[in-house]
Ligand binder design. Sequence first.
Ligand code: NDP
Length: 323
Amino acid sequence: MEYRRLGSTGLKVSALSYGAWVTFGRQVGRSEARELIALAYDHGVNFFDNAETYNAGDAERLMGDVIADLRLPRDAYTVSSKVFFGAVKDPKPTQRGLSRKHVFDACHQALDRLRVDYLDLYFCHRADPDTPILETVLAMDTLVRQGKVMYWGTSEWAASEIEEAHRLAREHHLIAPSMEQPQYNLLHRERFEQEYAALYERYGMGTTIWSPLASGLLTGKYNDGIPDNSRMGHADYAWLRESLLGNDGARLETVRSLAPIAADLGIPLARLSLAWCLKNPNVSTVILGASRTSQLEENLKALDAARLLDDAVMGRIEAALSR
Ligand code: NDP
């Protein structure tokens, strides 16, 4: 495993990490979750990603239960939560958003569900137009000073909102956000590469990137239809299917055009896609998703594959993406 600094912080996170989003508590039960976390940890993964909203808190409960059962040493792994969407169906007004109240309540609930004394990373899962940014920065600052959170950050905030959080933190002598969690993959690059371009250097912003395989699209498994037992075949994820596949077939066309590059390197497309994310020096960690151990075993090979992506290969990938 390779370890990278989370931006300009002193925290070293594994370049490949593992997240629980739609899998834990739905596609993945307790015994599978235990195997997946054990496999990841044994391969050097030291960051496990979660959020209050994932399966309405069940993903955190399951992860906390499994990590406790595996007796992972608390000082050898990092775990996150995210606040914004709430942890219950139909949340009441105080049960979601980034008000001081919900940020505090959600933190305490996540600590309880994950069975830890502190969160290593705590993200504002989206920006909240109904809460002044200063209120949220103050709440996060307090949690860090109380020792309940080590590093706080944002997820899918506009660059201007991240800049504002830094400006307010500087002005009021508060602890500024350390990291952002954006989507980044071969099919979704603009925000990470362009909108955020100035922020990496200016604020030492680290990144924990999500959906590196665009929910599996970048494995090529959807090229000829939707396989049974796959995320997009799941009845609950129709909304995801529509947003991922679109209706003009253009994204699948791009995926197909990448396949020969992976074939020439003798690696699966999933590995190429993950290796491409790892090549970007502004990526601190690529959060893998996997619904079974065979996928995780495959995806953990991406670090070795990154070495195969020289300038010529990267050029071929660019050409395929801009067709
Ligand atoms: P990916 O884009 O890598 O998608 C993972 C899914 O793709 C798996 O669950 C599996 O789905 C399929 N898959 C993965 N590897 C393979 C393989 N080798 N062969 C075939 N199929 C494969 O990541 P996620 O979308 O899961 O995102 C990763 C993490 O990022 C999440 O768990 C979460 O922690 C975080 N996240 C954060 C968000 C945010 O807003 N901050 C939003 C979304 C995710 P299946 O088997 O079901 O087809």
